[in-house]
Structure formats: structure tokens, C-alpha cells
Design a protein around this ligand. Structure first.
Ligand SMILES: NC(=O)c1ccc[n+]([C@@H]2O[C@H](COP(=O)([O-])OP(=O)(O)OC[C@H]3O[C@@H](n4cnc5c(N)ncnc54)[C@H](OP(=O)(O)O)[C@@H]3O)[C@@H](O)[C@H]2O)c1
Length: 286
């Protein structure tokens, strides 16, 4: 670690903020930027920043994450999730640097009935997933030494997310309708950040694609019900179908990861989703 200088991009987002906490008591040279300090869509700025600051590892948390809005803004989504990722990977390749890039379960179409392995066929069904997949492909094509971590259903004490939205709506409305026919694995960004710290601090670096989410599987309905119960909010949560709650972007109905690779190579222990949700809500309720 002593000779590494790390750059975290998009560091004001959920994962970036959790990385600040996770690295806080570690002895690392680390620079945190968001769009104000380093706009990753500015190719020369990215290249210069990496050179001037002697960066040899980038953890790219910057992304266009508005899944529905992406359907109306495919170009900006592609610029941030794909083209800019290529800028980072290509700049790192020039200086023999490494990249940890974050991707998504939305690279899959969700038609599987057993957990997705890293090598399974990708087939995104919306603009966000398509641009994130293009970003992965650009990283791999750049020849830069990279680890791509796909994650799912991310939430955190930081930023806007499903947990906070459900808590707010539950308090305001007293009754909610939530989709029960899409299943996946909620992921506390704190746990993903800790997994990234483990990878960065380990002597082992095996490039390639990895899957990381919390353990367990639930529907959005189960997730919402758990949020309301754990937060102790009086609210009736009703189950509905995707057809009853149409959104601009179609979402994969099944988003579950096989995570053996990250666990076995990096010795990472993955918390169960409900336990991590309890931790998050405990902080939010303080
Ligand atoms: N959220 C999820 O449910 C989820 C699920 C699966 C995978 N992921 C992936 O996980 C990663 C982290 O997600 P997250 O939830 O932490 O995202 P987030 O909270 O939306 O944070 C992304 C950050 O990137 C910044 N950003 C946007 N454009 C930028 C640019 N041109 N240059 C530099 N920074 C820029 C954003 O700033 P603004 O807010 O000002 O735009 C924001 O601070 C992303 O790669 C995402 O695709 C997320």
C-alpha cells in the first residue's frame, strides 16, 4: 500500500462516501474527487490528473445512475458510463496503473432462474444497463489491469436510495404498494466499500469480473416490508405486480449473483442483507 496513490472518482455518491469511511483509519494515499474536481467526461483532465498526481489505482464510483431518466438521456448516460470509463482505463494503461470499476446487475436481462455467474451471457434491457455494459467492455478492451465489480440494489446512509424513500413515504402515507415480482439482493454500500478495501489492501490482485451483493434474495416488496418493520414505522405495505406499476425503464425480474469468486479469491465474508439493513436503519434513526 505504501507506494500506491489511489484516486476515487464520483466520491460524493453512495459508494464513494462509504469508501471515505472505510478507508478513514487506513494508511493510504488517497484522493477523493467528484464532478466539481474531476469531470470524468473530460478526457484531457482525466489523463492529466492521473499523471500529475502519480495515480496508480483508480476506484471509479462515478456513474450516471438514474435508470429511468437514462431512457430519455441515452447520450449523457453513454458518455458517463461508457466513454468516460474508457478515458480512465486508457489513461491508466499509459502509466501501468490499475482500475477497480463498478458495474451492475442490469447488464443481465433477468430471465435466469439461478444466480448469475461472472461469465454468463450479458443482455441488458435498458439504456442504463447497455451503457454500463459498454463501459465494462471498454475497460476490458483498453488492456488496463482491471477489476470490475458488479453490484446490485445499492443503498447507504448516504445519498438518495430505496431505503430512505420507503422510510419517507411510509411515514407520510401510512400505506404503500411495492412490486413483488422482481427479486434481487439488496446491498449496503458500506459492505461493498469494505470489500473494496480488502481487495486494495490484499497482496492478491486477480484481474477480471466479480459479483458482489449482500447475501440472500428478496423482492422489492420484501425489502420495503423489512425497512418499515425494522424502522418501526406504522405503515401497511401491499404487494403489487410490475404490470401494475410501470416505469420508464424495464427492469430485470431476477437479479441474483453467484458470489463464490470474490469470496474465495479475496476471502471476503458477505453479510446477509437483512442484517446490513438493520445497521443502516440504526444509523438513519439516530
Ligand atoms: N445505486 C444502485 O442501486 C446501483 C446498483 C448497481 C450498481 N451500481 C453502480 O455502483 C456504482 C456506484 O453507485 P452509487 O449508487 O454510489 O452512485 P451515485 O450515488 O449516483 O454516485 C455517483 C457519483 O458520480 C458522480 N458523477 C456523475 N457524473 C460524473 C462525472 N462526469 N464526473 C465525475 N463524477 C460524476 C455523481 O454526481 P451527481 O450526483 O452530481 O451526478 C455522484 O456523486 C455505479 O457504478 C453504479 O452504476 C449502483
Amino acid at each position: 500500500m505504501a507506494n500506491k496513490t489511489i484516486l476515487v472518482t464520483g466520491s460524493n455518491g453512495q459508494l464513494g462516501s462509504e469508501l471515505k469511511d472505510a478507508f478513514a483509519n487506513k494508511s493510504v494515499n488517497i484522493i477523493y474527487t467528484d464532478v466539481q474536481e474531476l469531470d470524468i467526461t473530460n478526457k484531457e483532465a482525466v489523463r492529466n490528473f492521473i499523471r500529475v498526481n502519480s495515480i496508480n489505482l483508480v476506484i471509479n464510483c462515478a456513474a450516471y445512475t438514474a435508470v429511468d431518466r437514462a431512457e430519455d438521456e441515452p447520450q449523457i448516460s453513454d458518455l458517463i458510463n461508457h466513454i468516460a470509463v474508457d478515458y480512465i482505463a486508457s489513461a491508466l494503461k499509459e502509466v501501468n496503473g490499475k482500475l477497480i470499476h463498478i458495474s451492475t446487475d442490469y447488464v443481465f436481462n433477468g430471465k435466469a432462474s439461478s444466480p448469475y455467474h461472472e461469465g454468463d451471457l450479458t443482455s441488458p434491457i435498458g439504456v442504463y444497463g447497455k451503457t454500463k455494459l459498454a463501459g465494462e467492455q471498454a475497460v476490458l478492451a483498453s488492456g488496463c489491469d482491471c477489476i470490475i465489480i458488479r453490484t446490485s440494489w445499492l443503498y447507504s446512509v448516504y445519498g438518495a436510495n430505496f431505503v430512505k424513500t420507503i422510510m419517507r413515504f411510509a411515514r407520510e402515507r401510512g400505506e404503500l404498494k411495492v412490486i413483488a415480482d422482481q427479486v434481487g439482493s439488496p446491498t449496503n454500500a458500506r459492505d461493498l466499500a469494505r470489500a473494496i478495501v480488502t481487495i486494495v489492501q490484499s497482496q492478491k490482485w486477480e484481474s477480471g469480473i466479480y459479483h458482489y451483493s449482500n447475501e440472500g434474495v428478496c423482492s422489492w416488496y420484501d425489502f420495503a416490508k423489512a425497512i418499515v418493520d425494522i424502522a418501526n414505522i406504522k405503515c401497511k405495505v401491499n404487494a403489487c405486480t410490475t404490470a401494475e406499476y410501470p416505469t420508464k425503464a424495464v427492469r430485470p425480474p431476477y437479479s441474483v449473483f453467484e458470489k463464490t469468486k470474490i469470496k474465495s479469491i479475496h476471502g471476503i465474508e458477505v453479510p446477509y442483507w437483512r442484517d446490513s439493513l438493520i445497521d443502516c436503519i440504526a444509523v438513519l434513526n439516530k
